[in-house]
Design a protein around this ligand. Structure first.
Ligand SMILES: NC(=O)c1ccc[n+]([C@@H]2O[C@H](COP(=O)([O-])OP(=O)(O)OC[C@H]3O[C@@H](n4cnc5c(N)ncnc54)[C@H](OP(=O)(O)O)[C@@H]3O)[C@@H](O)[C@H]2O)c1
Length: 284
Protein backbone atom coordinates (compact mmCIF):
# COMPACT_ATOMS: atom_id res chain seq x y z
CA UNK A 1 0.00 0.00 0.00
CA UNK A 2 1.65 3.17 -1.24
CA UNK A 3 0.54 5.28 1.74
CA UNK A 4 2.70 3.13 4.00
CA UNK A 5 5.80 3.27 1.81
CA UNK A 6 8.74 5.67 2.04
CA UNK A 7 11.78 6.72 0.08
CA UNK A 8 14.88 7.42 2.15
CA UNK A 9 16.60 10.75 1.52
CA UNK A 10 20.40 11.02 1.33
CA UNK A 11 20.52 12.23 4.96
CA UNK A 12 18.73 9.06 6.12
CA UNK A 13 15.32 10.64 6.66
CA UNK A 14 12.22 8.81 5.38
CA UNK A 15 9.81 10.65 3.09
CA UNK A 16 6.39 9.15 2.27
CA UNK A 17 6.26 8.01 -1.37
CA UNK A 18 3.00 9.81 -2.14
CA UNK A 19 2.47 13.46 -1.28
CA UNK A 20 -0.63 15.65 -1.49
CA UNK A 21 -0.19 18.77 -3.67
CA UNK A 22 -1.95 21.92 -2.48
CA UNK A 23 -1.41 24.47 -5.28
CA UNK A 24 -4.74 26.24 -6.05
CA UNK A 25 -6.29 25.07 -2.76
CA UNK A 26 -7.26 28.17 -0.78
CA UNK A 27 -5.95 28.94 2.67
CA UNK A 28 -9.53 28.64 3.97
CA UNK A 29 -10.13 25.13 2.64
CA UNK A 30 -6.67 23.56 2.74
CA UNK A 31 -6.80 22.74 6.48
CA UNK A 32 -9.80 20.47 5.89
CA UNK A 33 -8.03 18.91 2.88
CA UNK A 34 -5.01 18.11 5.07
CA UNK A 35 -7.29 16.60 7.73
CA UNK A 36 -9.16 14.50 5.16
CA UNK A 37 -5.89 13.36 3.61
CA UNK A 38 -4.46 12.39 7.01
CA UNK A 39 -7.64 10.45 7.81
CA UNK A 40 -7.26 8.52 4.54
CA UNK A 41 -3.64 7.77 5.42
CA UNK A 42 -1.62 10.48 3.66
CA UNK A 43 1.43 11.53 5.67
CA UNK A 44 3.04 13.96 3.21
CA UNK A 45 1.80 17.43 2.23
CA UNK A 46 3.38 19.81 -0.29
CA UNK A 47 2.88 23.57 -0.06
CA UNK A 48 4.84 26.74 -0.89
CA UNK A 49 5.12 30.33 0.23
CA UNK A 50 3.78 31.23 -3.22
CA UNK A 51 0.53 29.26 -2.71
CA UNK A 52 -0.60 31.63 0.08
CA UNK A 53 -1.91 28.65 2.04
CA UNK A 54 0.95 27.86 4.41
CA UNK A 55 -1.02 28.91 7.49
CA UNK A 56 -3.97 26.70 6.54
CA UNK A 57 -1.61 23.78 5.88
CA UNK A 58 0.01 24.36 9.29
CA UNK A 59 -3.45 24.41 10.96
CA UNK A 60 -4.30 21.14 9.22
CA UNK A 61 -1.04 19.50 10.29
CA UNK A 62 -1.57 20.52 13.90
CA UNK A 63 -5.25 19.53 13.97
CA UNK A 64 -5.26 16.33 11.90
CA UNK A 65 -4.87 13.94 14.81
CA UNK A 66 -1.69 12.35 13.50
CA UNK A 67 1.45 12.81 15.59
CA UNK A 68 3.57 15.66 14.27
CA UNK A 69 6.58 13.38 13.81
CA UNK A 70 4.51 11.09 11.59
CA UNK A 71 3.58 13.88 9.16
CA UNK A 72 5.98 15.18 6.50
CA UNK A 73 5.39 18.71 5.26
CA UNK A 74 7.33 20.52 2.55
CA UNK A 75 7.28 24.21 1.77
CA UNK A 76 9.19 26.26 -0.79
CA UNK A 77 11.31 29.35 -0.49
CA UNK A 78 9.84 31.92 -2.88
CA UNK A 79 11.51 31.98 -6.30
CA UNK A 80 12.27 35.69 -5.89
CA UNK A 81 14.30 35.22 -2.67
CA UNK A 82 17.90 35.24 -3.87
CA UNK A 83 19.89 36.82 -1.04
CA UNK A 84 21.18 35.22 2.17
CA UNK A 85 19.58 37.81 4.42
CA UNK A 86 16.15 37.59 2.79
CA UNK A 87 16.30 33.80 2.77
CA UNK A 88 17.07 33.63 6.51
CA UNK A 89 14.06 35.88 7.24
CA UNK A 90 11.88 33.98 4.80
CA UNK A 91 12.58 30.58 6.38
CA UNK A 92 11.68 31.95 9.82
CA UNK A 93 8.58 33.52 8.35
CA UNK A 94 7.37 30.14 7.00
CA UNK A 95 7.92 28.53 10.41
CA UNK A 96 5.90 31.29 12.03
CA UNK A 97 3.12 31.30 9.42
CA UNK A 98 2.74 27.54 9.64
CA UNK A 99 2.91 27.57 13.44
CA UNK A 100 5.38 24.69 13.46
CA UNK A 101 8.54 24.12 15.51
CA UNK A 102 10.22 22.62 12.47
CA UNK A 103 9.43 22.02 8.80
CA UNK A 104 10.27 18.62 7.33
CA UNK A 105 11.63 19.99 4.08
CA UNK A 106 12.14 23.38 2.47
CA UNK A 107 13.20 23.70 -1.15
CA UNK A 108 14.16 26.59 -3.42
CA UNK A 109 11.05 27.00 -5.58
CA UNK A 110 12.89 27.96 -8.75
CA UNK A 111 16.47 28.79 -9.76
CA UNK A 112 15.26 32.11 -11.18
CA UNK A 113 12.48 34.49 -10.08
CA UNK A 114 9.35 33.61 -12.13
CA UNK A 115 9.54 36.72 -14.31
CA UNK A 116 13.11 35.72 -15.29
CA UNK A 117 12.43 31.97 -15.52
CA UNK A 118 15.03 30.23 -17.76
CA UNK A 119 16.30 33.68 -18.77
CA UNK A 120 19.91 34.71 -19.45
CA UNK A 121 20.76 35.32 -15.80
CA UNK A 122 21.24 31.99 -14.01
CA UNK A 123 21.21 33.58 -10.53
CA UNK A 124 24.04 31.24 -9.51
CA UNK A 125 25.27 33.52 -6.74
CA UNK A 126 21.74 34.17 -5.43
CA UNK A 127 21.01 30.45 -5.34
CA UNK A 128 24.24 29.74 -3.44
CA UNK A 129 23.25 32.45 -0.95
CA UNK A 130 19.73 31.07 -0.52
CA UNK A 131 21.21 27.58 -0.17
CA UNK A 132 23.54 28.76 2.60
CA UNK A 133 20.52 30.04 4.54
CA UNK A 134 18.76 26.68 4.08
CA UNK A 135 21.89 24.81 5.19
CA UNK A 136 22.10 26.88 8.37
CA UNK A 137 18.41 26.35 9.17
CA UNK A 138 18.92 22.62 8.54
CA UNK A 139 21.91 22.49 10.88
CA UNK A 140 19.92 24.46 13.50
CA UNK A 141 17.15 21.81 13.37
CA UNK A 142 14.52 24.15 11.88
CA UNK A 143 14.36 22.01 8.71
CA UNK A 144 14.82 18.22 8.57
CA UNK A 145 15.70 18.20 4.88
CA UNK A 146 16.46 20.77 2.18
CA UNK A 147 16.26 20.68 -1.58
CA UNK A 148 15.63 22.24 -4.95
CA UNK A 149 12.81 22.65 -7.44
CA UNK A 150 12.81 23.35 -11.17
CA UNK A 151 16.63 23.09 -11.15
CA UNK A 152 18.28 22.01 -14.42
CA UNK A 153 21.71 20.35 -14.65
CA UNK A 154 23.73 23.61 -14.53
CA UNK A 155 21.67 24.90 -11.60
CA UNK A 156 22.23 21.66 -9.69
CA UNK A 157 25.96 21.71 -10.46
CA UNK A 158 26.17 25.27 -9.13
CA UNK A 159 24.99 24.01 -5.73
CA UNK A 160 27.02 20.79 -5.86
CA UNK A 161 30.23 22.79 -6.41
CA UNK A 162 29.99 24.53 -3.05
CA UNK A 163 27.58 22.84 -0.64
CA UNK A 164 28.10 21.86 2.96
CA UNK A 165 24.76 20.00 2.96
CA UNK A 166 23.90 18.14 -0.26
CA UNK A 167 20.41 18.79 -1.69
CA UNK A 168 18.07 15.91 -0.93
CA UNK A 169 15.45 16.42 -3.66
CA UNK A 170 14.77 18.21 -6.91
CA UNK A 171 11.04 18.74 -7.51
CA UNK A 172 10.32 19.03 -11.24
CA UNK A 173 7.50 18.95 -13.79
CA UNK A 174 7.28 15.27 -14.74
CA UNK A 175 4.28 13.39 -16.05
CA UNK A 176 3.16 11.14 -18.88
CA UNK A 177 4.10 12.86 -22.17
CA UNK A 178 6.57 15.19 -20.43
CA UNK A 179 9.31 13.19 -18.76
CA UNK A 180 12.73 14.92 -18.77
CA UNK A 181 14.72 11.67 -18.92
CA UNK A 182 18.24 13.13 -18.91
CA UNK A 183 17.57 15.49 -16.02
CA UNK A 184 15.93 12.70 -14.02
CA UNK A 185 18.84 10.35 -14.66
CA UNK A 186 21.44 13.00 -13.83
CA UNK A 187 19.67 14.00 -10.62
CA UNK A 188 19.15 10.42 -9.46
CA UNK A 189 22.80 9.55 -10.22
CA UNK A 190 23.81 12.36 -7.86
CA UNK A 191 21.79 10.68 -5.08
CA UNK A 192 19.06 13.32 -5.20
CA UNK A 193 15.43 12.13 -5.10
CA UNK A 194 13.26 13.45 -7.95
CA UNK A 195 9.76 14.58 -7.02
CA UNK A 196 7.20 14.73 -9.83
CA UNK A 197 4.96 17.76 -9.68
CA UNK A 198 1.77 18.04 -11.73
CA UNK A 199 1.73 14.25 -12.16
CA UNK A 200 -1.74 14.52 -13.76
CA UNK A 201 -0.49 17.30 -16.08
CA UNK A 202 -2.37 19.88 -13.99
CA UNK A 203 -5.55 17.94 -14.92
CA UNK A 204 -4.94 18.12 -18.69
CA UNK A 205 -4.10 14.39 -18.96
CA UNK A 206 -7.71 13.65 -17.95
CA UNK A 207 -8.74 14.84 -21.42
CA UNK A 208 -6.51 12.41 -23.31
CA UNK A 209 -8.44 9.63 -25.11
CA UNK A 210 -5.41 7.36 -25.58
CA UNK A 211 -4.75 7.46 -21.84
CA UNK A 212 -8.39 6.79 -21.06
CA UNK A 213 -8.17 3.63 -23.22
CA UNK A 214 -4.99 2.44 -21.48
CA UNK A 215 -6.43 3.16 -18.02
CA UNK A 216 -9.50 1.10 -18.97
CA UNK A 217 -7.26 -1.80 -20.00
CA UNK A 218 -5.74 -1.82 -16.48
CA UNK A 219 -9.13 -1.23 -14.85
CA UNK A 220 -7.94 2.03 -13.23
CA UNK A 221 -8.67 5.75 -13.50
CA UNK A 222 -6.44 8.04 -15.57
CA UNK A 223 -4.97 9.71 -12.43
CA UNK A 224 -4.06 6.29 -11.04
CA UNK A 225 -2.29 5.43 -14.28
CA UNK A 226 -0.47 8.79 -14.17
CA UNK A 227 0.64 8.33 -10.54
CA UNK A 228 1.72 4.72 -11.04
CA UNK A 229 3.76 5.82 -14.09
CA UNK A 230 5.83 8.25 -11.99
CA UNK A 231 6.36 5.67 -9.23
CA UNK A 232 7.70 3.16 -11.76
CA UNK A 233 10.32 5.78 -12.69
CA UNK A 234 11.31 6.01 -8.98
CA UNK A 235 9.82 9.50 -8.74
CA UNK A 236 7.75 10.86 -5.86
CA UNK A 237 4.34 12.03 -7.15
CA UNK A 238 2.49 14.99 -5.65
CA UNK A 239 -1.07 14.87 -7.04
CA UNK A 240 -3.25 17.80 -6.01
CA UNK A 241 -6.83 17.43 -4.88
CA UNK A 242 -9.07 18.59 -2.04
CA UNK A 243 -11.62 15.90 -2.90
CA UNK A 244 -11.43 12.89 -0.50
CA UNK A 245 -12.71 10.50 -3.19
CA UNK A 246 -9.90 11.61 -5.49
CA UNK A 247 -7.39 11.31 -2.62
CA UNK A 248 -8.46 7.67 -2.11
CA UNK A 249 -8.36 6.95 -5.83
CA UNK A 250 -4.85 8.42 -6.15
CA UNK A 251 -3.54 6.19 -3.36
CA UNK A 252 -4.84 3.01 -5.01
CA UNK A 253 -1.85 2.30 -7.22
CA UNK A 254 -0.81 -1.27 -6.41
CA UNK A 255 -0.78 -2.45 -10.02
CA UNK A 256 2.01 -2.69 -12.59
CA UNK A 257 2.24 -0.92 -15.95
CA UNK A 258 4.00 -3.17 -18.47
CA UNK A 259 7.42 -2.15 -19.87
CA UNK A 260 5.86 -1.82 -23.30
CA UNK A 261 3.16 0.56 -22.05
CA UNK A 262 5.74 2.54 -20.03
CA UNK A 263 7.60 3.19 -23.30
CA UNK A 264 4.38 4.31 -25.00
CA UNK A 265 3.61 6.65 -22.09
CA UNK A 266 7.13 8.13 -22.07
CA UNK A 267 6.85 8.98 -25.75
CA UNK A 268 3.27 10.25 -25.90
CA UNK A 269 2.71 13.63 -27.56
CA UNK A 270 3.47 16.45 -25.17
CA UNK A 271 0.71 18.65 -23.72
CA UNK A 272 0.67 22.07 -25.37
CA UNK A 273 -1.79 23.89 -23.17
CA UNK A 274 -1.91 23.47 -19.38
CA UNK A 275 -5.11 25.48 -18.97
CA UNK A 276 -5.03 27.89 -16.01
CA UNK A 277 -1.41 26.95 -15.27
CA UNK A 278 -0.31 28.22 -18.69
CA UNK A 279 -0.04 31.76 -17.32
CA UNK A 280 3.02 30.54 -15.38
CA UNK A 281 6.33 30.56 -17.28
CA UNK A 282 7.14 26.98 -16.29
CA UNK A 283 4.17 25.71 -18.30
CA UNK A 284 4.95 27.63 -21.49
N1 LIG B 1 7.60 23.16 -7.65
C1 LIG B 1 6.81 23.72 -8.53
O1 LIG B 1 7.17 24.66 -9.25
C2 LIG B 1 5.40 23.18 -8.68
C3 LIG B 1 4.63 23.57 -9.79
C4 LIG B 1 3.37 23.02 -9.92
C5 LIG B 1 2.88 22.12 -8.98
N2 LIG B 1 3.63 21.79 -7.88
C6 LIG B 1 3.12 20.86 -6.83
O2 LIG B 1 2.57 19.69 -7.46
C7 LIG B 1 1.20 19.58 -7.09
C8 LIG B 1 0.38 18.92 -8.18
O3 LIG B 1 0.41 19.63 -9.39
P1 LIG B 1 -0.85 20.40 -9.99
O4 LIG B 1 -1.61 20.99 -8.88
O5 LIG B 1 -0.32 21.27 -11.06
O6 LIG B 1 -1.71 19.32 -10.74
P2 LIG B 1 -1.96 17.73 -10.83
O7 LIG B 1 -1.85 17.09 -9.52
O8 LIG B 1 -1.16 17.21 -11.97
O9 LIG B 1 -3.47 17.75 -11.31
C9 LIG B 1 -4.47 18.28 -10.50
C10 LIG B 1 -5.80 18.15 -11.24
O10 LIG B 1 -6.12 16.75 -11.38
C11 LIG B 1 -7.40 16.53 -10.81
N3 LIG B 1 -7.38 15.22 -10.13
C12 LIG B 1 -6.46 14.77 -9.23
N4 LIG B 1 -6.77 13.52 -8.84
C13 LIG B 1 -7.90 13.20 -9.47
C14 LIG B 1 -8.72 12.04 -9.48
N5 LIG B 1 -8.42 10.98 -8.76
N6 LIG B 1 -9.84 12.03 -10.26
C15 LIG B 1 -10.15 13.11 -11.02
N7 LIG B 1 -9.41 14.23 -11.06
C16 LIG B 1 -8.30 14.27 -10.30
C17 LIG B 1 -7.63 17.65 -9.83
O11 LIG B 1 -9.01 17.87 -9.71
P3 LIG B 1 -9.71 18.02 -8.25
O12 LIG B 1 -8.98 19.11 -7.56
O13 LIG B 1 -11.13 18.32 -8.61
O14 LIG B 1 -9.55 16.70 -7.57
C18 LIG B 1 -6.94 18.81 -10.53
O15 LIG B 1 -7.77 19.38 -11.50
C19 LIG B 1 0.80 21.01 -6.77
O16 LIG B 1 -0.42 21.09 -6.08
C20 LIG B 1 2.01 21.49 -6.01
O17 LIG B 1 1.98 20.98 -4.69
C21 LIG B 1 4.90 22.30 -7.74
Amino acid sequence: MILEENYTLSNGIDIPKLGLGTWFISNETVGQAVKDAAEIGYRHIDTAQAYSNESGVGDGIRACGVKREDMFVTTKLAAETKSYKEAVASIDSSLKTMGLDYIDMMIIHSPQPWTKFRGEDSYFEGNRDAWKALEEAYKAGKLRAIGLSNFEKADIDNILESYSVKPMVNQILAHISNTPKELIQYTQEKGILVEAYSPVGHGELLKNGELADMAKKYGVSVPRLCIRYTLQLDLLPLPKTANPDHMKDNADVDFVISEEDMELLKNMERIKDYGEASVFPVYQ
